[in-house]
Design a protein around this ligand. Structure first.
Ligand code: NDP
Ligand code: CU
Length: 460
């Protein structure tokens, strides 16, 4: 018995795969397929020019390559699909995978895959692989974008393509019929889709609150008292805006959760879809939270540099010099002020620490190392405690400022009041939800529904 037949007995023989087009994507895919044990056949306009192709691959003309395989990857841009038309008959009953992407969202009226299936009606067209980059295939760095979205009319053909994806280390996801191709083709073109809503909210809030502070802190005091404070634009006002926005965003992370729980309570069931806006909101909570954390970080840094600011040092020296001249020292330190100051620093530091913990545990690699219950515990219980501490920090600070300055005519600096509104609503609703009688009601609703579902199943 020679070595070859021995190999043949043990190695599962894979079917040949044809790739039309020897560009970046075609070559990278070919290399991966060869590594996974597939015989790879390239179809090219000039088969002689094959220096760059992965070792072990064969190159033919388009027609010759097509004849040698049942499954064909088309690694050519849509604008060049015309060359397929004369070859139409060679595609009879074969699986044709469209991997193409466009340059713009909704660039053409019909999806590339739909266009291809009109062009080559005899082929069974499957859309897929367009979200994987040639670079990722070649470098083997598939962690971040290992998902392959597959769609097509023929179930068997889709399975074939999904098997190939799996065997080269990708994770295929069935997206349904070819109608989904439009959406699949738009995926790689979307710019941070989950971040859009959080970004708009953050930008809007930041600008509004900044302008508001400029109005109150600069313009108002200039007009009323004639003091010019424009230097405050760079540090003092931003350090007012960051914590305010951060706290509002943190409130917005937990608001949809309590709203969803109340909605379930009101509807008496948890087996009904949430309205779309609530769904979208729930889906971007992690992003909202991470932006809030970034703003909290900025607040910490901006606070730490206060002692090295020129304006602060000037005030301090002046203050000491004035007292020396008068030959007095200030009356005894106010113990209550010291208490308040320490209180908001202590709560702030603890809140920030928990906030960091929340941020770290939301990263996939760490989230994956926890079970569902642990994740829920951290994100929900600790999250609400973080919200409570942060709101407490802001409230004590606002109270302190209120006692120390008379600058703000309407009592507390109004933007602090603003930042407390959403967290207070969330915390109040959460408190209601965890009171024993409401909690029992939620459990009853759940059990009732589970029983109903079960009896429904029994009848079937
Ligand atoms: N590059 C990437 O990271 C990704 C690319 N894709 C998709 O893969 C497809 C190929 O992309 P890519 O490899 O980057 O592009 P390239 O420009 O590198 O390669 C395209 C290949 O198509 C063939 N070709 C070009 N013009 C014609 C024509 N008029 N008629 C017939 N064949 C032609 C050529 O092969 P030959 O000379 O052998 O005939 C050429 O090498 C595109 O649809 C793209 O959207 C999808 C995901 C990622
Ligand atoms: Cu603070």
């Amino acid at each position: 018995m020679n070595m070859n037949s021995l190999k043949g007995e043990h190695v599962h023989k894979r079917n040949a795969v044809c790739i039309l087009g020897t560009g970046d994507f075609g070559r990278s895919l070919g290399m991966r397929l060869i590594k996974a044990g597939y015989p790879v056949i390239f179809g090219s306009r000039n088969p002689k020019n094959s220096a760059l192709l992965p070792g072990g691959a064969e190159v033919f003309t388009h027609a010759d390559a097509l004849k040698r395989s049942q499954i064909i990857f088309l690694a050519v841009h849509r604008e060049n699909y015309d060359f397929l038309q004369p070859l139409c008959d060679l595609f009879d009953g074969k699986v044709l995978v469209d991997v193409s992407n466009n340059l713009k969202i909704n660039q053409y009226r019909e999806s590339n895959a739909a266009y291809l299936s009109q062009l080559v009606p005899k082929a069974i067209v499957v859309k897929g692989f367009n979200t994987v980059s040639a670079w990722a295939l070649q470098s083997g760095n598939l962690d971040a974008n290992s998902q392959v979205f597959v769609c097509g009319e023929d179930g068997e053909a889709k399975h074939l393509v999904m098997d190939i994806a799996r065997s080269i280390g990708l994770t295929p996801l069935d997206q349904g019929s070819l109608l989904a191709a439009n959406e699949v083709e738009n995926y790689p073109l979307q710019l941070f889709p989950m971040w859009r809503l959080p970004f708009i909210i953050t930008a809007g809030l930041t600008i509004l609150i900044y302008l508001y502070c400029v109005l109150i802190d600069l313009i108002y005091s200039y007009v009323i008292r004639g003091t010019e404070n424009s230097y405050r634009l760079l540090i003092s006002i931003p350090n007012h805006v960051f914590p305010t926005v951060s706290l509002i965003l943190l409130g917005l992370v937990y608001l949809p959760g309590v709203m969803a729980a109340l909605l379930q309570l009101y509807r008496g069931t948890k087996y009904k879809r949430f309205p779309n806006w609530l769904d979208r909101w729930m889906l971007c909570r992690k992003q909202l939270g991470l932006v809030a954390l970034a703003f909290a970080f900025l607040h910490v840094f901006y606070t730490l540099i206060i002692p090295i600011r020129y304006s602060y040092r000037w005030w301090l020296t002046n203050h000491i010099a004035a007292e020396a001249q008068k030959n007095t020292t200030s009356s005894e330190m106010s113990k209550l002020s010291a208490w308040r100051g320490d209180l908001y620093y202590a709560i702030g530091i603890l809140g920030f620490f928990l906030f960091l913990l929340l941020g770290i545990t939301s990263f996939p690699s760490i989230a994956n190392s926890m079970n569902w219950r642990e994740f829920r515990f951290v994100q929900s219980k600790l999250g609400h405690v973080t919200l409570l501490l942060s709101a407490g920090h802001a409230a004590v600070y606002g109270w302190d400022r209120f006692l120390k300055t008379s600058k703000y005519k309407w009592g507390l600096p109004p933007s602090f009041m603003l930042s407390l509104v959403i967290p207070c609503i969330v915390l109040a609703l959460k408190l209601i939800l965890i009171t024993p009688c409401v909690d029992r009601m939620v459990t009853r609703i759940r059990q009732g529904w589970e029983r109903k579902l079960k009896s429904g199943n029994d009848r079937v």
